[in-house]
Design a protein around this ligand. Structure first.
Ligand SMILES: *Cc1c(COP(=O)(O)O)cnc(C)c1O
Length: 433
């Protein structure tokens, strides 16, 4: 048994300072038991904890690190920017560079506004939708997470599902009432809600590839239907691509499925591991944003030059020929190697993926499209799996509702070694039956 004494002692200290010892809930290991590892450094596909244990990392900071840790090009841009100071509250050339990298390579975007997190991006996109339409209600889907925005913390995903509460305290009921929560992949429910509230609905918000409560891959026909009905009713269609953007392809899910939403929200990968979010749309819709228009939104550190420089280096690397094909090939290698074993053993287990996002389902269903189709009881297998993987040097996010990520830094050797660890860990998880 490897030692985690230093992490345990650091967590004891952290508990004196932070609620639950952490600065973001899912980090606390509550759903898998034990205490979190304190990470000392990362390089390529590896991380090392405070006790010197090395792990192959499939959490990748929950998605942002598509190039892996400490990528030389990202690091070089960060250091170059830092040498000139860290923040000015005035424009810098780095904002133009990141915007150009994005807009000239994304068929659906004309203008963008940089913010500092995915939450801020989703929150601002909702305000924009309300400002453009003059309506107040929004439709969101059960199992989709859009950050901790008041109006969107209504039966949200991952962290909350894991904690076993469906809404947050501190959200006024009046806000929650403006949000209509519908099951995913259900046309009739959307038709009914739009009929009921037609002239009040500003926005339909969806993760086009829901990845915060398992990986709930939607029928493309459902997404096309959302596009058609929102267009017909003058409702803004918001794709929250904070995970899927620059992940399943440079143009995210919108590009992959060839569906043009009205507004897109970004985060995670866009900042190269620094805190960045963005929302973007046509020039016409973005003209509603201050100072051009009357939808107010601002940020002291928005467009921060160090963060913009990091994002630029990362996104330039994503644009290299064959980048996404290679990521998906490695992801399939991981999944196929594991599934060959689990099928031979007859385990109730499956893995889903889109591009380099993958999810472990303790179920033999061939498709899971709604959060209600996940059996909470199956998470007992994940708890064992998680612990057994840590013991075998593989790090995944500490919740069975979370997805994993393959980065460009993972070699075939890393993937195959990890697959062996998964196989052995799953053998333990299923032997407890
Ligand atoms: C992570 C995430 C957010 C929130 O982003 P933060 O940077 O954590 O605020 C919003 N939407 C989706 C789809 C996400 O995955």
């Amino acid at each position: 048994m490897i030692s985690r004494d230093k992490s345990a002692s650091l967590f004891e200290t952290a508990n004196q300072y932070f609620p639950g010892g952490v600065n973001s809930p899912v980090r606390a290991f509550r759903s898998v038991g034990g205490t979190p590892l304190f990470i000392e450094k990362g390089d390529g596909p590896y991380i090392w904890d405070a006790d010197g244990n090395k792990f192959i990392d499939f959490c990748c900071s929950w998605g942002p690190l598509i190039l892996g840790h400490n990528n030389p090009k990202v690091r070089k841009n960060i250091i170059g920017a830092v040498e000139n100071g860290t923040s000015f509250g005035a424009p810098t050339v780095w904002e133009n560079k990141l915007a150009e990298t994005i807009i000239s390579n994304h068929r659906y975007l004309e203008k963008i506004r940089f913010v500092s997190s995915g939450t801020e991006a989703a929150m601002s996109a909702i305000r924009l939708a309300r400002g453009v339409t003059g309506r107040s209600k929004i439709i969101k889907f059960e199992g989709c997470y859009h950050g901790h925005v008041d109006a969107l913390l209504v039966k949200a995903g991952s962290g909350l599902a894991t904690l076993g509460t469906s809404t947050s305290a501190g959200v006024p009921e009046a806000y929650a009432r403006e949000t209509i929560v519908l099951p995913l992949n259900d046309r009739a429910a959307v038709e009914q809600a739009i009929e009921d509230y037609k002239d009040d609905i500003a926005c339909v918000a969806i993760e086009p590839i829901p990845a915060n409560n398992g990986l709930l891959i939607q029928d493309i026909e459902f997404l096309r239907f959302l596009r058609e009905i929102t267009k017909r009713e003058g409702i803004i269609l918001l794709f929250d691509e904070v995970i899927s953007g620059f992940r399943v392809g440079f143009e995210g899910a919108a590009g992959l499925y060839d569906i043009q939403p009205d507004v897109l929200a970004f985060g995670k990968i866009i900042g190269g591991g620094m805190p960045v979010g963005a929302y973007a749309s046509s020039a016409e819709i973005m003209a509603h944003v201050a100072p051009e228009g009357d939808v107010y939104q601002a940020g002291t550190l928005s467009g921060n030059p160090v963060a913009m420089a990091a994002g630029t280096a990362q996104l330039e690397a994503c644009l290299e020929e064959g980048f996404y094909e290679e990521l998906e090939r490695k992801t399939k290698l991981l999944i196929d190697t594991i599934l060959t074993h689990t099928k031979a053993k007859g385990y109730q287990f499956n893995m889903f993926h889109r591009g380099s996002v993958f999810w472990l389902a303790f179920s033999d269903k061939i498709a899971i499209r709604k959060s209600s189709e996940i059996d909470p009881d199956s998470m007992k297998y994940f708890t064992v799996l998680h612990k057994e993987l840590l013991d075998r040097g593989v790090y995944i996010g500490p919740s069975g509702y979370e997805v994993g990520f393959v980065s460009a830094a993972h070699s075939d050797e890393d993937i195959l070694a990890s697959a062996e660890a998964f196989k052995a860990a799953l053998d333990v998880a299923f032997s407890a039956e």
